[in-house]
Design a protein around this ligand. Structure first.
Ligand SMILES: *[C@@H]1O[C@H](CO)[C@@H](O)[C@H](O)[C@H]1NC(C)=O
Length: 292
């Protein structure tokens, strides 16, 4: 008899703790659902209203390849997903006119004939495949360059310290860069910072005709853009980007499993009319040390 009462008491206490547990779980589930239904979409639809500490990348609207933006939206930063094989993304309106002109003016007095890396020795050499002229600027050389490098770090999610100094390039009519990889084939050039993982190619001028960047090994069908007929023959050999002042092209030389991506093959088509100015930021797997 006595043991029966004890058993009932034990049972009802177990039931009470079970009910409490179920109620706590339901409350947690309710809070979670409210967050999912109201919280997340609000944050996604309104990224600009997030704290000013958010990175620039969270504020950049995204479009798919070939889409167009009109009016005020067309002059704000936005990103076009060009290709996943290779991974290539085009950031519009990323540099201001003043930033573009500053880089050109700094580079102009020091332009030299461009070279390529000799894959046997790792040293620079003259080459017919690359006929532009160029110069290097130091990382953090002045506040404007530091600002550009900070912006690059924010939208690539790769810290400033992983970048080489900017290289400014100038292509005149007929000048080009044959398709090549930005990653290295030698051990000499990977000593500092390891392999190059990604490249940001910034266009500092418009080009009247030609001068496109082309990815001949891309899996994307290059012809599926409204401006196909305006491209040079060279640009029609793959996925291509027409240079526009202030645009930044980001592409990855390595896949997420850090294998070299042969689809990142890319070239600079010959300029047909006008002048092409660009600035390249090569980003490494590890920190890249620069002279201080
Ligand atoms: C690319 O798209 C065009 C137009 O739809 C088509 O004619 C062409 O065959 C496609 N090319 C490839 C390689 O799929």
């Amino acid at each position: 008899m006595a043991s029966g009462v004890r058993g009932q008491r034990a049972f009802s206490s177990r039931a009470r703790s079970l009910i409490t547990l179920v109620m706590m779980f339901s409350a947690a589930l309710l809070v979670f659902l409210i967050f999912v239904i109201i919280g997340v979409p609000a944050a996604l639809n309104n990224p600009v209203s997030q704290s000013s500490g958010a990175t620039i990348a969270l504020k950049i609207p995204q479009i798919t390849r070939g889409q167009k933006r009109e009016g005020d939206a067309a002059v704000q930063p936005y990103v076009e997903v060009l290709s996943w094989e290779p991974r290539a993304f085009l950031y519009y309106n990323m540099l201001t006119d003043a930033e573009c002109e500053h880089l050109i003016n700094l580079a102009k007095p020091n332009m030299q004939k461009s070279t390529v890396v000799d894959s046997a020795t790792g040293r620079s050499k003259d080459s017919r495949v690359r006929t532009s002229s160029g110069t290097f600027l130091n990382r953090g050389q002045d506040p404007i360059i530091s600002g550009i490098e900070k912006k690059i770090a924010e939208f690539t999610f790769i810290p400033v310290e992983h970048g080489e100094g900017l290289q400014v390039l100038h292509y005149e009519v007929g000048q080009k860069y044959e398709p090549h990889y930005d990653y290295f084939h030698d051990s000499f050039n990977t000593k500092n910072g390891g392999q190059r993982i990604a490249t940001v190619l910034m266009y500092l001028s418009d080009v009247e005709s030609g001068g496109e960047t082309v990815f001949p090994a891309s899996k994307v069908n290059g012809s599926l853009v409204p401006h196909w007929d305006e491209l040079s023959d060279c640009a029609k050999t793959g996925l291509s980007v027409r240079p526009r002042k202030g645009m930044a092209l980001l592409f990855w030389s390595m896949s997420p499993d850090v294998k070299l991506d042969s689809k990142s093959l890319h070239g600079g088509c010959p300029v047909i009319e006008g002048n092409k100015w660009s600035a390249t930021k090569w980003l490494h797997v590890n920190k890249y040390s620069v002279p201080s």
